[in-house]
Structures are given as structure tokens and as C-alpha cells.
Write a protein that binds this ligand. Sequence first.
Ligand SMILES: Cc1cc2nc3c(=O)[nH]c(=O)nc-3n(C[C@H](O)[C@H](O)[C@H](O)COP(=O)(O)OP(=O)(O)OC[C@H]3O[C@@H](n4cnc5c(N)ncnc54)[C@H](O)[C@@H]3O)c2cc1C
Length: 436
Amino acid sequence: MTTRVLILGGGYVGLYTALTLQRKARGKVDITVVDRRPYMTYQPFLPEAAAGSIEARHVVVPLRRELSGARIVQGKVSQIAHAERRARVETDFGDTLDLEYDEVVVALGSVPRTLPIPGLAENGIGFKWVEEAINLRNIVLGRIARAASTEDARTRQRLLTFVFVGGGFAGIEAFAETEDMARAALRYYPELSPSDLHFVMVEMAPGILPEMGPEMGEYTLKELRRRGMVVHLETRLESAVDGVIELSNGETYEADTLVWTAGVKPNPVIGSSDLPTGPKGHVNALPTLQVADEDGAVVDGAWAAGDCAQVPDLAKGDGAWCAPSAQHAVRQARLLGANLAAHIDGRAPKEYRHKNLGTVASLGLHKGVAQVMGVKLRGWPAWFMHRTYHMAQIPSFNRKSRVVLDWTAALFFRRDLVSMGRLHEPRRAFKEAADS
Ligand SMILES: Cc1cc2nc3c(=O)[nH]c(=O)nc-3n(C[C@H](O)[C@H](O)[C@H](O)COP(=O)(O)OP(=O)(O)OC[C@H]3O[C@@H](n4cnc5c(N)ncnc54)[C@H](O)[C@@H]3O)c2cc1C
């Protein structure tokens, strides 16, 4: 008899767990993967997708293609009732499904950690999904085009002020890559000069890029400021009502673009499930990636990993938890798949132990910063390492080849800087024609 494995979430953890199970438990498992999107998003490439260095479709990995043999359900997990071994899914097509399972893998990742700041929900945009990367790119290029066509200095300044909140590596990469693209786009706008662009980062901590340590954070800060970008440290966003950005240090900006990259929290679906959670809302997991109750006893039939799970970091010790990162997510998923296969065969699971290898960040074309196994790199070598590392990491030969082809094409033809803002209102031209 096959074991019904239900994987909730088809991101890093979901995809790699399913791939491992398909190899290690072939014929013994019946795999279903549920995700709101029919693809896994390779998030570290989102800044390059926003900057136009990589075609947006190439930073996502289609689940149906990679996981042939598994059932893929496109929809939103709205409820997990583990006591009944059942998860409820609202499909994108209006149906409600109750999926039953023998083993569940919770891989629902995280959502942006927002704050109740006036105007944020109405005006802010996130940067976690490919749709948001495409949107940001179209917004920036579209605002540059509009700014070039207005004579009004105040409107122009507002259009060309881009405020980012949150200076971790995802935020800093998005900030730096987008500015690099905007600066490159000005080549085609003789009406504008680089000094018209205002890129502003707001960070609550005393430094940026905490993942890379103070030295590399300091270097990056200097580098960004040298490029004319403004970074406010130890500063909070107080209000963003009607595009008026008020900061806790007294500074005010009028800006049409506000990008929120200030950290993540576990997927809220977990809070409404009957699975045991930790103090911050993560699924409580053992180093074996089995879900555990508050006394540390295994909850039968439940596994969790990645951003939505609280997994002890045995390499650090001292009661530390693994940070939300792709590095942990991929390695945890491979172990989770192997452990689940072992469990089905009646063998004991192994514990997760991984020492962080370092971090690489791209700061625009040919610019970067890296800290890998104690080696610190800056500028072009760091940027090259960023590309090499992520090219090796993105799943599937298909995606690796397409990304390399994008980069190669950009060497000869420069990156594409066309705004597709009209993508967001595809019926407009037809409606205008019909109305006339
Ligand atoms: C811009 C950016 C850059 C990053 N760069 C790096 C980097 O350079 N290095 C690094 O180590 N980490 C990086 N990260 C972090 C890394 O991407 C995450 O830690 C990793 O994706 C976590 O994997 P996961 O499987 O837990 O979650 P995800 O990969 O986010 O997968 C969760 C999946 O669940 C799905 N989902 C969510 N809610 C539901 C629901 N209710 N129903 C159905 N499906 C749902 C989502 O669609 C998604 O596919 C970056 C993150 C971002 C946003």
C-alpha cells in the first residue's frame, strides 16, 4: 500500500522534498503538492528579474514539469486539521477540496512582516514574488517615462523618489539592483539626469546587511552612498499616507513608490491549524524535521521545514533556531525527504545540522558583496560569485540554461529596459476601441 504524502507549499522545501521522495521512495508514496502558484519561485533572482538582467519567467520553476508523477493542486491552503489528517484547499477555480493524507509536510514559507503604519497597506508594495518583481520594474520604468514628460518639478521629484524599507540582503539587493536599472534607463531620457533620481532606504537597525557582518555591511553602506543613494539608519517609517513618507528622524519625502522589505513572519495559516507552534508562530520542529509538541514528543504524521518552521540550529547550539534562508530550506528539504522515506521503511530519521556557508549579494551589474566561508569579496569578484553560485543553485538544467542565455544576451545587447506597464491593464486598448 502506498503512503499518501501531502506537501503544503511548492517553494524551496516543497519542491526539493518531493524530488527527494520521488527518488528515495519510488513506488511507495503518492505525492500531492498544493501551492497557490503553479511554480516554485527562485527568490534570490528576483532583484535581477526586477532589474531586467534575467527574464522574469526564467526565475520560476514549473512544478508540473519538474514533478511529473506527482499531483499538483493549484490553490490556497486555508485550514490544516491534523487530528483528522486533512487539509482544506480553496482552488483558484472556485472549488473547495478536503485533501486527506497519511503524512503531511508543512512547507508554506513566510509572508512579509508588516506593521500597522498609516498608509502602508494602501501604498506599499512587497518584494517576495515574481509578480511583485515585474510590477516594481514596470513601476520604476513607467515613472521615469512620466517624469520625463512633465515640466512640473514637484511632480517629477515625487515620481522619481523610490523609498525602500528594510536593509537585510533581500531589501538591499532589490534597492541596489533597481537603482542600477533606473540609472541605466536614464541613458534614453535626455530630459533627466542621474541627480533627479532619489533612492532612499529606511532601516531601523544601526547597520545594513546583518547577514554579512559589520565589515561588509559598512562597505555596502559606503558603496550605496557613493552612488548617491540615501540610507537612513536607526530610523523607522512613521507614516505613508497619500505618498507622504514621514520618518522617525524628522525627514519627509513625497514619493509614489514605497517598497516594503522589512523581514518576514511564518505563514499565518499555521496559526489557525492544530499543529504545535513556537513563540513566533512557526511550526515547532525537531532536528529530524518531524513536528513536535511543547514537550518535544513527535507528532505522528507531520513534518515541517523552511521559513515556516522553527528548526533547532545544532551547528550553532545554545538554543539557536535556523534563520529563514534558501540555504537552510534546500538542505532541510533534502533531509526531510530522506527522513520521510526512511520512516516509511521503518528506519530512524537523521538530524539536521548545517553550518552556514556565507552570503552573496548583488548590488547591480558588476557590483556585489560576498562573505563565503570566511572569505570576503567586494565589487566584480563578489558579483561574479553571486552569479556562479545562484546559477548552480537554481533547480533544473532548463532554468540554468535559460538564465545563462539571458546573461549572455545581455553582454551583447545590454539589458532590456522597456516598461510593460500596460500589462497591468490589458483590456484598455480594446475597451477604448469598443467605446469609440
Ligand atoms: C528577494 C529575496 C531574495 C532572497 N535571497 C536569498 C539569498 O540570496 N539566499 C538565501 O539563502 N535566501 C534568500 N532568500 C530567502 C529564501 O528565498 C527563503 O528563505 C526560501 O524561499 C524559504 O523557502 P520555503 O520553502 O520555506 O518558502 P517559499 O520558497 O517561500 O515557499 C513557500 C510556498 O508556499 C506557497 N504558499 C504560501 N501560502 C500558501 C497557501 N496558503 N496555500 C498554498 N500555497 C501557499 C507559496 O506560493 C510558495 O510557493 C531571499 C528571499 C527574498 C524574498
